[in-house]
Design a protein around this ligand. Structure first.
Ligand SMILES: Nc1ncnc2c1ncn2[C@@H]1O[C@H](COP(=O)(O)OP(=O)(O)OP(=O)(O)O)[C@@H](O)[C@H]1O
Ligand SMILES: [Mg+2]
Length: 420
């Protein structure tokens, strides 16, 4: 894969703050999207540093397929971390930004205690090779991931708000960073600033003994953006003063830390990186799709499956129909059925080509060819292309339900690999 040969040494930016709810995730996500807007050729990754319940995914309504907690476990158990493995954990959002998400639900995993700040450092080093910017939302606890992230970072965004308690925690954080000799390149972001508030920017600066890099006004659009799962930073200055301030932050960081020189062209990107791992629906029945250019053939197969239902243990449901190879590929993507029964000879893309295309993208779907071809050589070739089984058209009967169930059972390991 082309990407393997590149080494970017991307910029790691951590977003920190000991107090909950000050706006760390809002800033991390919008900074990532802002940098991707500013440098369209740059590859930007936002990492949810929360190993237990992540907020980054819900903020943009992205469901993690595999999460950072599982990633950390893997790193703890596996010294070798290759690009393909990393790719399985990374998802791309429509903004073009890549995400390594936290778990969707609270998950306690004792295995997580196994990883160290060193192993986290290794993850970050590996990520730096592939992304121009890596924004890490460190959450409110200075755990081992945060420690490794801070060490690797070129900029540390310390988020605070104009409240006594938040400022007190910010002061503690700054002295912790100082004690750890990580006090360089700190950018203080004063968020949720209300001009009517008695605590002014100047006082914040004096109390923290640090300049404030950017002040983000309090703005209800921040919450509205989450409700709509849209990036706040994409709102206009007129609509949202917070969006305008976030763009200032992007400019400040983006100018100081320009994307490392080697910008990878899309044609160089690894196909695996672009081919996102999908999630196979976890059903309690067999979702079947029928593909044939002749309607009477589809009807016949459907009747046979209905008649054969009593011979099998699992409920069969025909949920998709397609009349061509092209349509089969499209519908397979929408439905992700468990088993496809497909004709071979169809006008345009034939059944075997469609089977190959579907298999390449969704290896968890079992594909049975319904065919007039009966030569063993032909079948062998097709099996090599990823076809699960054959049913000769000449022998169609209720027993095809058992073939469907057999393929369904045989593909359990494939499906579970792609189920959450
Ligand atoms: N400038 C702002 N004006 C108004 N509301 C804001 C602003 N920034 C963030 N918020 C809101 O504050 C809430 C908390 O934000 P966010 O989740 O980003 O904070 P956090 O520091 O990541 O919290 P946690 O500590 O739980 O991880 C969200 O509802 C968000 O919409
Ligand atoms: Mg957060």
């Amino acid at each position: 894969m082309a990407i393997q040969g590149t080494s970017l040494n991307g910029h790691v930016i951590t977003v920190l703050g000991l107090k909950g709810g000050v706006g760390k995730t809002t800033i991390a996500v919008n900074l990532g999207i802002g940098l991707a807007n500013k440098y369209p050729d740059a590859r930007v990754l936002v990492v949810d540093g929360n190993l237990f319940t992540g907020d980054v995914g819900p903020m943009l309504n992205i469901r993690p397929r595999r999460n950072i907690g599982e990633f950390a476990e893997l790193v703890a158990s596996d010294e070798q971390l290759d690009t393909d493995t990393i790719n399985q954990f990374i998802q791309q959002h429509e903004s073009k930004v890549f995400f390594l998400l936290g778990p969707q639900y609270a998950e306690y995993n004792p295995e997580l205690h196994a990883f160290t700040s060193d192993s986290m450092g290794r993850i970050i080093d590996e990520l730096k090779r592939h992304f121009h910017y890596i924004i890490i939302d460190c959450g409110s606890t200075l755990d081992r991931l945060a420690a490794a992230a801070i060490r690797a970072s070129v900029a540390r965004i310390v988020v605070t708000t104009p409240s006594i308690l938040s400022l007190k925690d910010t002061k503690i954080l700054l002295s912790e960073l100082d004690a750890a000799e990580q006090a360089d390149d700190i950018f203080i972001v004063l968020n949720q600033y209300d001009p009517r508030d008695p605590i002014k920017e100047e006082q914040v600066k004096r109390y923290l003994n640090q300049p404030v890099s950017v002040t983000i006004p309090i703005d209800l659009n921040a919450r509205e953006a989450i409700r709509k799962a849209l990036p706040l930073i994409n709102m206009s200055t007129r609509q949202s003063p917070a969006a305008a301030a976030l763009r200032q932050l992007v400019d400040r960081l983006g100018e100081k830390f320009k994307p490392p020189v080697r910008i990878i062209q899309p044609s160089e990107l690894g196909t695996k990186m672009l081919r996102l791992p999908y999630s196979h629906p976890n059903r309690n029945y067999i979702s079947v799709m029928l593909v044939d250019d002749q309607d009477n053939m589809k009807e016949m197969i459907s009747t046979m499956l209905e008649l054969g239902q009593e011979q099998v243990k699992t409920l069969l449901k025909i949920e998709g129909l397609a009349a061509s190879g092209e349509e089969a590929v499209k519908k397979a993507e929408e439905l992700i059925p468990d088993v496809i029964l497909m004709d071979i000879n169809m006008p345009g893309m034939d059944g075997l080509q469609a089977a190959k295309a579907i298999q390449a993208k969704f290896p968890s779907i079992g594909i049975i060819m319904v065919t007039v071809h009966e030569s063993p050589e032909y079948w062998r070739e097709a099996i090599k292309a990823g076809v699960a089984d054959f049913i000769p058209k000449t022998t169609l009967g209720p027993h095809i339900a058992t073939s469907v169930e057999e393929v369904y059972n045989r593909y359990i390991p494939h499906r579970t690999r792609y189920q959450q």
